[in-house]
Ligand binder design. Structure first.
Ligand code: URP
Ligand code: ZN
Ligand code: ZN
Length: 478
């Protein structure tokens, strides 16, 4: 077994920072020690197999991206990252675990949908991976199957108030699924947008000749998100289900979460980098020689980008500080412009929804530290520690402590990262939603269960390094 000492760095946790050395023995962290410690009189650095010098750098627990969609069949095509390419890109960006969404389609058995996801992922991942379960058809059969999910290591399921005819659940179905959530402790994850009303607005826009990517955001107005968020909260209140709202983008939806949390309800929410940085105004202004106004399709996702002028982005940053939002995930769902996004060239409704960011989440959120929006500790909490706690991985993941997996990132605050320029990213996409973003900071070294997978600009891991994570119940409830 290889022993590794990370020495000279500042170890950052969700609750503080300290100069410390980290000893990793095989796949797990063995000790967190005072700098330059001796063990049984021996100079530790001289007795380990490998020393990583982290002088001047941060040593943080590996990132956990709790919302990805590798190889998701969606919008008439399939998300362009495989488990192999997507998890490798994640590793490049300092993410050492993902939780992807296994899909049960309408009419399909939950067990079969889950088995298909295991088949896609097994033996292909660069980093550890777990699953949430999408329930695309709530009926007696799937409700019964949900009660067996925890035995499979799945402690959360996602319902959709959006996408009628695809993944949509009506209120009666949501109520029944939430009753299972209450009984089992499984976390209900909710895509909170009023899908049927959005479809009417979208059809009306198309009838008026408004078919650009920008119009996608007009159809998916913030009222649609606020209303659905409120409805989900009330159904969760009634049933006693723990509720987690995914990809929150509207400030009014955050207000709903804050209101419910202030009453003591177990309601949580994530936002995503796109809602912190990108805006509807930029989407309106997007244009390129190749695509014209269709350039904005690279930012078509649901929930949609919101107006910067209306203050949604500032509200997201504020909510991350005040813990009205607890986490940042990517909702990584990449599609290429050519052959995928361009399905909707003449009708925004046919543009596959999704943005690819799995590689950039740690860097993008670190900019919040650079600008003073977040503390270093909060950065770690939002990107690693809370995802672990929220989804039943804490202790093993999300923390640098003896016994935890050796998932560690050495982050250089004086480094620099140009993302997206000239397709320097590693995601399987023909463009980047983040083209031109310049990052203060750099992911130098990444260890995944003790193995160095990224070092000095080289990928040293292999397909199949990642293992399936059986998760326990959430460790975040009040
Ligand atoms: O645009 C998005 N979010 N695509 C992925 C599917 C979903 O709703 O999460
Ligand atoms: Zn969603
Ligand atoms: Zn998603």
């Amino acid at each position: 077994m290889t022993t590794t000492l990370i020495t000279g760095g500042t170890v950052v946790s969700a609750t503080g920072r300290a100069s410390a050395d980290v000893l990793i023995d095989g796949q797990a962290i063995a000790a967190v020690l005072a700098p330059g410690s001796h063990l049984l009189g021996n100079d530790l650095a001289a007795s380990v197999d490998r020393v990583i010098d982290a002088t001047g750098k941060y040593v943080i627990p590996g990132g956990i991206d709790a919302h990805t969609h590798m190889q998701l069949p969606f919008g008439g095509t399939e998300a362009s990252d495989t488990f192999e390419t997507g998890t490798r890109a994640a590793a490049w960006g300092g993410t050492t675990s993902i939780i992807d969404f296994a899909v049960q389609k309408y009419g399909e058995r939950v067990q079969d949908g889950l088995a298909a996801w295991h088949e896609k992922a097994a033996g292909n991942c660069a980093i550890d991976y777990g699953f949430h379960q999408i329930i695309g058809g709530v009926d007696d059969d799937s409700l019964a199957a949900m009660r067996g999910l925890l035995d499979e290591g799945i402690s959360s399921f996602k319902l959709f108030m959006a996408y009628p005819g695809v993944f949509y659940s009506d209120d009666a179905q949501i109520l029944k699924a939430m009753q299972v959530s209450r009984d089992t402790g499984l976390m209900t994850m909710m895509h909170a947008e009023n899908g049927p009303a959005i479809d009417v607005l979208a059809a009306q826009l198309i009838a008026q000749g408004k078919s650009d990517p920008y119009d996608h955001g007009i159809a998916r107005a913030w009222q649609m998100e606020e209303e659905a968020t409120h409805r989900a909260i009330m159904l969760a209140d009634l049933t006693g289900a723990p509720l987690y709202i995914v990809h929150v983008s509207a400030k009014q939806a955050v207000e709903q979460l804050a209101w419910a949390r202030d009453k003591g309800q177990n309601v949580f929410g994530e936002t995503c980098p796109q809602y912190l940085y990108l805006s509807l105004e930029e989407q309106l202004g997007a244009s390129s020689d190749e695509w014209g106004a269709f350039e904005g399709a690279k930012w078509v996702c649901s929930t949609p980008l919101r107006s910067r002028e209306e203050g949604h982005q500032n509200a997201m940053w504020q909510a991350l500080r005040t813990n009205d939002l607890q986490m940042v995930s990517t909702d990584h769902c990449p599609f290429c412009m050519k052959g995928q996004k361009d399905l909707g060239l003449t009708d925004f409704r046919a543009i596959p929804n999704g943005i690819g960011s799995v590689e950039h989440r740690m860097d993008l959120l670190y900019q919040g530290v650079v600008t003073g929006q977040l503390t270093l500790e909060r950065w770690v909490e939002l990107t690693s520690t809370t995802p672990a706690r929220m989804f039943g991985l804490y202790g093993r993941k999300g923390v640098i402590q003896p016994g935890a997996d050796g998932d560690i990132v050495v982050y250089d605050p004086n480094g620099h990262t140009s993302i997206g320029v000239n397709r320097t990213h590693h995601m399987n996409m023909d463009h980047s939603a983040w083209e031109g973003y310049e990052i203060d900071g750099h992911v130098d070294t990444v260890l995944s269960r003790g193995k160095v997978v990224i070092d000095g600009g080289a990928y040293l891991g292999a397909k199949g390094d990642g293992r399936y994570l059986k998760r326990g119940l959430t460790q975040y409830l009040t």
